[in-house]
Design a protein around this ligand. Structure first.
Ligand code: HEM
Length: 258
């Protein structure tokens, strides 16, 4: 029950992020109004650098496939009643995860990004996880080892969602404290953000929780299952608060400016 509720809340949060991506970046791109990317991204559109702009465009627009398509892959009825759709979306998801992660690496190390070097290294490690897990998930599906395929696909889902989770956790923190605490909002660095990037990107706690969930499933011990369920429940509450904060405080105001 804990994992089902977690999945429902995660799906809603990812789809809200996906709607924001499509409406904000999709609309601006279709209208050829690339400079409005810079309302959000300090290194978004640079006049004359068509290749760099293309990489940013590919990154943000293809990201919508990941955040909207990801949850669909784990809905049992979709897999049961539409196996072909599952296979095609799976291939698309895996290719997109590799392209978006590679584009992200190019953006961080050629154009720069908000935050400090620890943050840049941490998100780069996340990109490497995404690429490795995508390849493993594909190879196990090809080899028809579906148990292993599912485990690696879930790990991929967790790391790909890391960038969404970062925003949600940050907004939860801001809501709890009523403003920025533990970091400087101007430089976007400080102890809280260092910890958040380390444990969301480089050593993802979400991945640790997934491994605990796998372990509890294997062991089938009541006390262990209850403890892991309680941790998943706590993660769900944090996400719920953060999703509300990100939607009301970040995504809706940006869409309202369009
Ligand atoms: C794999 C899943 C990923 C998704 C779904 C994703 C999605 C996005 C989205 C939607 C934005 C626009 C930000 C906004 O409007 O709030 C963005 C920006 C950005 N992303 Fe990603 N991203 C992913 C992975 C990565 C990775 C792995 C890296 C780096 C290695 C990266 C680097 C960046 C950078 C540098 C920006 C520009 C923000 C800035 O200037 O700091 N992304 N991403």
């Amino acid at each position: 029950m804990a994992s089902t509720v977690w999945f429902g809340v995660t799906t809603i949060g990812l789809w809200l992020f996906g709607i924001y991506i499509l409406l904000f970046y999709g609309k601006a791109t279709l209208q050829g109004d690339f400079t409005s990317w810079n309302d959000v991204l300090p290194h978004g559109y640079v006049t004359g650098d068509w290749l760099g702009n293309l990489v940013v465009g590919i990154h943000v627009l293809l990201a919508s496939i990941l955040v909207i398509g990801g949850p669909l892959q784990f809905i049992p009825s979709v897999r049961r009643y539409a196996p072909r759709f599952h296979r095609w979306l799976g291939r698309l998801y895996i290719i997109t995860a590799i392209i978006v992660s590679t584009a992200g690496l190019i953006m961080v190390w050629t154009r720069g990004a908000v935050g400090d070097t620890i943050q840049h290294i941490s998100i780069s490690i996340l990109a490497i996880y995404c690429i490795i897990f995508a390849v493993l998930s594909f190879l196990y599906a090809k080899a028809r080892q579906f148990d292993k395929h599912k485990s690696w696909a879930l790990r991929l889902f967790m790391v790909v969602n890391g960038v969404w989770l970062f925003r949600v956790e940050l907004m939860c923190w801001l809501l709890i404290h009523g403003g920025p605490v533990g970091f400087n909002p101007k430089t976007f660095s400080g102890p809280f953000l260092t910890a958040l990037t380390l444990f969301t990107y480089a050593i993802p706690i979400s991945l640790g929780l997934l491994e605990l969930y796998f372990y509890a499933h294997r062991k089938q011990r009541k006390a262990l299952s209850l403890s892991v369920s309680a941790l998943i429940f706590l993660a769900t509450v944090i996400q719920l608060v953060g999703i509300a904060g990100a939607t009301i405080g970040m995504w809706l105001p940006r869409l309202a400016k369009l």
